[in-house]
Design a binder for this molecule. Structure first.
Ligand SMILES: NC(=O)C1=CN([C@@H]2O[C@H](COP(=O)(O)OP(=O)(O)OC[C@H]3O[C@@H](n4cnc5c(N)ncnc54)[C@H](O)[C@@H]3O)[C@@H](O)[C@H]2O)[C@@H](O)CC1
Ligand SMILES: [K+]
Length: 473
């Protein structure tokens, strides 16, 4: 949050005191009014902490009170609530209660709207006991809940939620998206997120997270030119599958064929299954080192215990994508020594095994986990899951993928992703771009394939071309 704060300080130096808060409160009140539909006669409860987050809530409450809402501010730390905001609310006809008064629960339970202004980006640690108790009452209420800047109790910087937190239907955030609004588990607490501009633009180079949009992905897609032949467009090698798991090889190849490489070379024991489904594949049963030239390797999906193939691939002087069994079988030092890029694509369980922690710990702190893995392996890491993150060991913003859908949590879907990302590597994309573009296309393809119903991984792969066309407009 230091970036946001620095930008705020710079802007405030140029603006009359309170101007930013007034902009924030105006945007917040407008969003609340829209949610309420009819403001006049509605019952609004403001939960107000001791900082400027509470100030925003109080000024917005004053605006709603002036439009005829019955507004009560519940002060969690009486005596320390924002003085200007409190005066404005009183002038507008609002009333004030303290969190320990007996009537507060009833007030919350009967409200149409609860505005969570307990803490914003200045919050430290989880909710205090009185706030935690109120969060429980809010959860039982049928009121719509609007969080100011971010839901109180979530960590703005990391997306971690260490205890109780307010669950919002809508979060109105100011100036910039905070990581806690984009990364699970905190993201789940935020509901729909609306960004209100207050004239605050943190310098993009310092952003902690970034999310690619259609136009960004369109710029990164490898497109054939008049000069292209299949070798110039890149050959991707897939070392995957085993007698036990031939399907993983087929699915990885199905992703690779749709990723922009000019040809797909398959190496491993599932050649017959691959050829039967995709006759355009170049198949070899010699090891990766003897398979002929490729511009990138994918190793691991369904590979069983073929540690030799993983070691051979890691020696190759081209980009390598490590997935599934490949992650488990790869020697850490061999990965760190590599001079060509390495892209690792674990899910939370695999990431936990590599870091030597429990899966729950990775799920609770996804941002920290993806950064740490990237640093430990000197690699680019794509952490799959509810919010897919891509981090590079060289630092820079972590990319968060916005296109995912829970329907993608299906067997074999990761094999398709690894083939797709490997193909983009072979076509010349940098590892962070190959990972994030693949996640983006894969998420879109999953949405097109699912359309609200369960879908299989092969179907996701066959919708990748539609995702390309959608991105290119
Ligand atoms: N700085 C600015 O220019 C702007 C700030 N805005 C608002 O101001 C907020 C940040 O304000 P502050 O820096 O005052 O910080 P907050 O209001 O987020 O919280 C800090 C206050 O809460 C207390 N506190 C910290 N952790 C707590 C916890 N776990 N439980 C209960 N109380 C806790 C602290 O003692 C401090 O008084 C933003 O989130 C946003 O809502 C907006 O008004 C837009 C402009
Ligand atoms: K809040």
């Amino acid at each position: 949050m230091e970036t946001v704060r620095a930008a705020e300080r710079a802007l405030m130096a140029r603006l009359p005191e309170g101007a930013l808060m007034q902009r924030a409160a105006a945007g917040l009140a407008a969003a609340c009014a829209e949610l309420l539909g009819r403001v006049y006669g509605s019952r609004v409860v403001l939960l107000v902490g001791s900082g400027d987050n509470g100030g925003d809530a109080l000024y917005a409450g004053a605006r709603l009170a002036r439009r005829g809402a019955g507004v009560t501010a519940v002060l969690l730390t009486p005596g320390r609530a924002h003085a200007g905001g409190l005066a404005a609310l009183r002038r507008a006809g609002g009333t004030v209660a303290t969190a320990d008064s007996a009537a507060v629960d009833e007030l919350v339970l009967r409200a149409d709207l609860v505005v969570d202004g307990i803490v914003g980006i200045g919050g430290k640690g989880g909710l205090r006991p009185d706030a935690e108790r109120l969060a429980g009452v809010v959860a039982r209420s049928r009121a719509a809940v609007v969080a100011v800047d971010l839901p109180s109790g979530v960590d703005a910087d990391t997306g971690e939620v260490r205890g109780a937190a307010l669950r919002a239907d809508l979060t109105v955030t100011f100036g910039a998206y905070k990581p806690g609004l984009l990364v699970d588990p905190a993201r789940e607490y935020a509901g729909v997120v609306r960004l209100v501009g207050i004239g605050l633009e943190p310098p993009p180079a310092e952003a902690v997270l970034e999310a690619l949009q259609h136009a960004d992905v369109a710029r990164l897609l490898p497109l054939p030119t008049g000069e292209s032949d299949k070798y110039r467009r890149g050959v991707v090698g897939i070392a995957a599958g085993s007698a036990r798991y031939p399907g993983a090889a087929v699915l990885a190849v199905s992703g690779a064929l749709r990723g922009g490489a000019g040809a797909v070379r398959y190496v491993g024991p599932a050649g017959d299954a691959v050829i039967a489904r995709f006759p355009e594949t170049l198949v070899s049963d010699a090891g990766p080192a003897k398979a002929g030239r490729v511009q990138a390797w994918v190793v691991g999906p369904g590979a069983g215990d073929d540690a030799a193939a993983v070691a051979e691939v890691l020696e190759a002087d081209v980009p390598v994508l490590l997935d599934a069994d490949g992650l488990r079988l790869a020697d850490r030092e061999a990965v760190r020594r590599r001079t060509s890029p390495t892209l690792m694509t674990p899910h939370a369980g695999e990431a936990a095994a590599l870091l030597g922690v429990r899966r729950e710990e990775v799920e609770a702190a996804r941002l920290a986990a993806v950064r740490e893995l990237a640093a430990v392996y000197r690699a680019t890491v794509l952490l799959k899951g509810s919010t897919t993150l891509v981090a590079d060991f060289a630092g820079g913003p972590v990319r968060v993928n916005a296109t995912g859908t829970p329907w993608l949590a299906t067997a074999g879907s990761g094999d398709v992703l690894s083939g797709l990302a490997g193909s983009l590597l072979a076509a010349g994309l940098r590892a962070p771009d190959a990972g994030s573009v693949a996640a983006y296309l894969h998420g879109l393809a999953g949405r097109f394939a699912a359309q609200g119903a369960p879908t299989g991984a092969h179907d996701v792969a066959s919708h990748i071309p539609r995702a390309w066309r959608d991105v290119r407009g």
